[in-house]
Write a protein that binds this ligand. Structure first.
Ligand SMILES: *[C@@H]1O[C@H](CO)[C@@H](O)[C@H](O)[C@H]1NC(C)=O
Ligand SMILES: *[C@@H]1O[C@H](CO)[C@@H](O)[C@H](O)[C@H]1NC(C)=O
Length: 313
């Protein structure tokens, strides 16, 4: 009823109504309940504060959100200690590609709104940079390329420039008022005769003056490739396409060139139809390019992982 009234009143107001009168009218209306539920679900702020925000901005959800966020930072409404047990399923995948190393990280928060916040993106970037440093400290092994994974508690004591990741995490949680989790990271390092293809999907316009080689999105993939000596393909372009395939087709294993495509449900990368040229399998597509794929890693933000599954059980 109130919602309907609000619409009617808005429609009846002449567009050149003096601002003062407009505000008097709308302030009398209770915050629209549906908007209130939506805003609360999206931001996680209290009922009272969401209602206040909607009333303040005449039911403009976007402005209300922005204001809530500013207020939360200012007044510290939500503290890390109050967030026990809140689900963190949103967030970002960060990709940092530097020289012959690429890093994928996943950091989670509760709402997509916070994922777009510059402070959250700074946290994701720092997790990626710390993972890169960590990978550089690992002794070279005999294997042709190196790959490693980090999860959860392993991040806590890793260093940032001036403190520890766990301190940065706590500060960011306190500032933004949402629970956050440094979920996982993967890194790969290749020798000079190989290259790493990489791709991020659903990429956000970075809010921070980010590193040039850092990208944020909802999905990310890195693909380890080895070109033949006489290969003259555009490797960065090819690598990006292969990354796109991995993100889009979500293979679960590499497979081999001999594998026959089994159709829609095929999960071996080399036997799958190539995303950008479905008449060919990935293996067939690669042959004339004289490039071999050796391995890949794919992250989707919010997906169940083995480590989260085993933590839960
Ligand atoms: C944050 O969320 C994670 C998983 O979603 C949960 O295990 C953890 O207890 C929460 N942390 C806080 C401080 O509430
Ligand atoms: C390779 O492809 C990229 C576009 O993906 C392009 O910017 C670059 O100039 C190409 N390099 C060469 C050597 O053609």
């Amino acid at each position: 009823m109130m919602a309907l009234l609000s619409v009617v009143l808005r429609l009846k107001l002449p567009s050149r109504q003096p601002a003062g009168l407009f505000h008097t009218c709308t302030r009398l209306l209770a915050a629209d309940k549906e908007l209130l539920v939506k805003l609360r679900k999206k931001t996680g702020y209290s009922f009272i504060n969401c209602k206040k925000a909607l009333e303040k901005f005449s039911n403009d959800v976007k402005q209300a959100e922005t204001w809530l966020n500013e207020q939360a930072q200012k007044e510290g409404w939500s503290k890390a200690s109050k967030l026990q047990g809140r689900k963190t399923a949103e967030g970002l995948i960060g990709l940092l590609h530097e020289g012959n190393t690429a890093v994928l990280v996943e950091v989670n928060c509760e709402t997509d709104f916070v994922a777009r916040n510059v402070k959250f993106q700074q946290l994701v970037q720092q997790v990626a940079v710390s993972t890169l440093k960590h990978s550089q400290s690992i002794e070279k092994s005999q294997s042709p390329y190196m790959k490693g994974f980090l999860a959860g508690a392993e991040f806590l004591h890793m260093k940032t420039e001036d403190s520890l990741l766990k301190d940065l995490l706590a500060v960011t949680i306190a500032k933004l008022g949402e629970n956050m989790t440094m979920k996982r990271a993967a890194w790969v390092t290749v020798p000079s005769n190989m290259f790493i293809g990489s791709y991020v999907h659903g990429s956000l316009p970075a809010e921070l003056p980010s590193l040039a080689n850092m990208a944020f999105g909802k999905y990310g993939a890195v693909v380890i490739c080895e070109p033949d000596v006489n290969c003259n393909s555009n490797l960065s372009e090819l690598g990006r396409r292969l990354g796109q395939h991995v993100v889009g087709m979500s293979p679960s294993a590499l497979g081999s060139l001999e594998d026959e495509n089994t159709g829609e449900t095929e999960t071996r990368m080399l036997a799958q139809s190539f995303l950008l040229e479905p008449s060919l399998t990935v293996g067939q597509y690669l042959l004339p390019h004289q490039v071999q794929v050796l391995d890949f890693v794919r992250f989707a933000c919010g997906e169940e992982t083995q480590s989260t599954e085993s933590n839960n059980s």
